[in-house]
Design a binder for this molecule. Structure first.
Ligand SMILES: [Ca+2]
Ligand SMILES: [Ca+2]
Ligand SMILES: [Ca+2]
Length: 224
């Protein structure tokens, strides 16, 4: 029995985590600052209930803490082909349904908007439950944002299109960097630009699958 359990645990350890890493060029923004709004990569992961975007920048986002980090998402039919939840000069021509806007100054924060003919604030880190199903954590180079799958109209197995942008605090500041665009996205702060959609396929939670596998092995063992 001990050997079987050890084998099962080894199997669980060996199953890779469900992470997709999208890399971006560095030095591909007009600002040329300390790199805190120059996207280096984004790792997307999901569990059965939650989805996480870990945005890694080419500089220290805490030392220079005015960066804004945003995700535009096309996960269901329809959507906004010209705008987004923050009214920034950024569009997703396939039809944006959700918008995440986050900041790392003033103690960090994030908002999630959905589009139903107009953009509506659905979740915010500063809201009381149940309207605070979004979180942000930071390290030197990475801002990590988590919300629920349901908040983005997703169930495990669904795929969706997205792009990640950086910007400044001005209300008309555009996409200084785009994850999907390895070339310079805009020439100045207020320039209009379009998303370069990336595809993510959500998967069932690996931990759940491992537990099911272990449960199956133990059940077989009991039966024999
Ligand atoms: Ca970049
Ligand atoms: Ca859509
Ligand atoms: Ca880019």
């Amino acid at each position: 029995m001990k050997k079987l359990l050890m084998f099962s645990l080894l199997l669980a350890w060996a199953v890779p985590a469900s992470a997709t890493v999208y890399t971006d060029a560095t030095g591909d923004e007009f600002f040329g600052g300390p790199g805190h709004i120059d996207i280096a990569s984004v790792e997307v992961t999901n569990t059965a209930t939650d989805i996480t975007f870990a945005i890694t920048l080419n500089g220290d986002i805490l030392a220079t803490d005015w960066g804004k980090y945003m995700v535009i998402i096309d996960s269901v039919a329809g959507g906004d082909t010209v705008g987004n939840g923050w009214g920034r000069p950024i569009s997703m021509t396939s039809g944006a349904d959700y918008w995440i806007g986050s900041w790392v100054d003033s103690g960090n924060g994030a908002e999630l908007y959905d589009y139903t003919g107009a953009w509506n604030l659905q979740e915010a880190t500063y809201n009381a439950p149940p309207n605070n199903d979004i979180s942000i954590s930071t390290s030197t180079n990475t801002a990590t944002i988590t919300t629920t799958m349901a908040n983005l109209g997703l169930t495990p197995g669904d795929s969706f299109e997205f792009d990640v942008f950086t910007s400044g605090g001005g209300g008309t500041d555009g996409a200084v960097d785009s994850l999907g665009n390895p070339n310079q996205q805009v020439g100045d702060w207020g320039d209009q630009s379009n998303a370069f959609p990336q595809t993510y396929v959500t998967v069932p939670e690996p931990a759940t699958m491992c537990l099911l596998a272990i449960g199956g092995v133990l059940a077989l063992r009991r039966r024999s």
